[in-house]
Design a protein around this ligand. Structure first.
Ligand code: DQA
Length: 140
């Protein structure tokens, strides 16, 4: 059974309340419960933090033993050399995901410190982006 973790960065705890025109009406807990049911053959975990160092700690903790990390570093994607370095440091493959199409938004969202060291990047499909990342780990 594949062991995967979804790591969510700042403000993603507000899904369902936050800019619903961009991020939708579902809370992450509602969505997470549905995917846990949908993928009974995947060992799935979820971690969210608004704190950069806690995200780095979690990446280091799981990054040598899990089969995959699904990382939405949210705003830190565009600013964090530290999270980028953590992704580079670990052996577990990381798929970067975003709910929105960051390339159709402000220019500062076009830069990612994660992408150069990610296995792949999935963005713009709403919460389905996370499911596509799970599927990618199930296929290889
Ligand atoms: C996001 C896109 C980021 O630019 C933004 O800061 C977020 C969410 C997304 O999932 O679309 O908080 O990562």
């Amino acid at each position: 059974m594949k062991k995967l973790i979804i790591i969510n960065g700042p403000n993603l705890n507000l899904l369902g309340k936050r800019e619903t025109n961009i991020y939708g009406n579902l809370t992450f807990t509602e969505f997470y419960d549905s995917i846990v049911k949908k993928y009974p053959n995947v060992s799935l975990e979820h971690f969210q933090s608004n704190i950069e160092g806690e995200i780095i700690d979690k990446i280091q903790e799981v990054g040598f033993s899990y089969d995959g990390v699904i990382l939405n570093a949210a705003a830190y994607t565009h600013t964090s050399v530290g999270i980028g370095d953590a992704v580079k440091a670990i052996t577990t493959p990381v798929v970067e995901v975003h709910i929105s199409n960051t390339f159709s938004r402000e220019k500062f969202r076009h830069k990612s410190f994660i992408s150069p060291n990610a296995k792949g990047v999935i963005l713009g499909f709403g919460l389905l982006s996370y499911e596509l990342a799970i599927e990618s780990f199930m296929k290889n």
